[in-house]
Ligand binder design. Structure first.
Ligand SMILES: Cc1cc2nc3c(=O)[nH]c(=O)nc-3n(C[C@H](O)[C@H](O)[C@H](O)COP(=O)(O)O)c2cc1C
Ligand code: SF4
Ligand code: SF4
Length: 273
């Protein structure tokens, strides 16, 4: 069996899970959901398709919704998913299942794991030792999930507060999210002009003027830019100055550096500038 795993990550938790899963499954290709979905259909009898992603607002990040909606999957393909969350998985798997059903597929197997929360707008990072314990426990669970996937286990997805999650997720993800970036500020004295924020943004929403970031109002609220800035030069409103930053300890910024072409942004992007 061949496996293709599509992942979306902002602070690396989902990528660590995808790598862990792939090390057990073997014959695996990992692809970021911030790239163009393939034009040829995927899946079928010999290829299982997986999705690894963080929970956003009780459900799916918009990037994940768009990618899966545009992914041509052969009906009947064995599909699996692992969502990860800071508080609760809520209806994230159910929402994904709904999209797959529209394609003649369904989520054959899904699981969710708790990982260190990254929503910096609301809270700072956990102490390093607590975060590590949580990650270790999650990786054990991912290994169990990998065994189930290897056996092509089929298990119905349990829905959780479907209507509430759908309402909150739609409200949060589609109501003016593009302009979320209006409250980002950069401290000119702390910014080194390293361009990391620009290179890491999954939708190329950041350009630079005089080597400092400018946000272009196509934001997905993923918080990667503010979490990864090596000098904490970026703030969001007044609260974040007091918050410790988080990114997954096994993932480097280079692992997330984005491809120059995103289907989800019409902002010109020149990686060499
Ligand atoms: C905008 C945003 C919304 C989030 N919403 C939720 C949520 O509703 N429930 C939850 O448990 N975690 C939520 N989180 C936390 C992430 O799901 C969690 O930290 C995840 O592990 C991050 O994965 P990543 O490092 O792959 O991006 C949210 C994070 C962000 C940035
Ligand atoms: S990542 Fe931080 S230091 Fe680097 S360019 Fe962006 S704001 Fe400046
Ligand atoms: S601007 Fe920052 S928060 Fe918005 S999508 Fe890009 S990296 Fe994420």
């Amino acid at each position: 069996m061949q496996y293709t795993i599509y992942y979306f990550t902002s602070t690396g938790n989902s990528l660590q899970i995808a790598r862990q899963l792939s090390s057990t499954l073997k014959n695996t290709t990992l692809q970021s959901m911030t790239t163009q979905p393939p034009s040829q259909s995927v899946g079928g009898q010999d290829q299982a398709i997986g999705f690894i992603f963080p929970v956003y607002f009780l459900g799916l990040p918009r990037i994940v919704k768009r990618f899966v909606q545009n992914l041509p999957i052969q009906p009947g393909t064995y599909c699996f998913a692992i969502s990860n969350f800071g508080g609760s998985s809520m209806d994230s798997l159910g929402m994904l299942n709904d999209i797959l059903k529209q394609k003649g597929c369904y989520l054959s197997y899904g699981d969710s794991v708790k990982m260190p929360g990254n929503n910096l707008i609301r809270y700072g990072a956990l102490p390093v030792d607590k975060a590590q314990k949580m990650i270790d426990a999650a990786m054990v669970k991912v290994n169990t999930t990998a065994q189930a996937i290897t056996k092509q286990t089929v298990q119905p997805i349990k829905r959780k507060a479907k209507l509430l999650c759908k309402t909150i997720n739609n409200y949060s993800m589609y109501r003016n999210i593009e302009n979320f970036d209006k409250n980002f500020t950069v401290d000119n004295t702390a910014c080194t002009g390293c361009n990391l924020c620009r290179n890491i943004c999954p939708v190329q929403n950041i350009t630079t003027t005089n080597h400092q970031p400018v946000w272009n109002h196509q934001c997905e609220q993923c918080v990667a830019c503010i979490q990864w800035c090596p000098t904490q030069a970026i703030q969001y409103g007044k609260k974040t100055a007091a918050f410790k930053r988080y990114h997954n300890p096994t993932i480097n910024a280079q692992d997330l550096a984005q491809k120059p072409f995103s289907p989800y942004s019409n902002i010109a992007y020149n990686p060499s500038v």
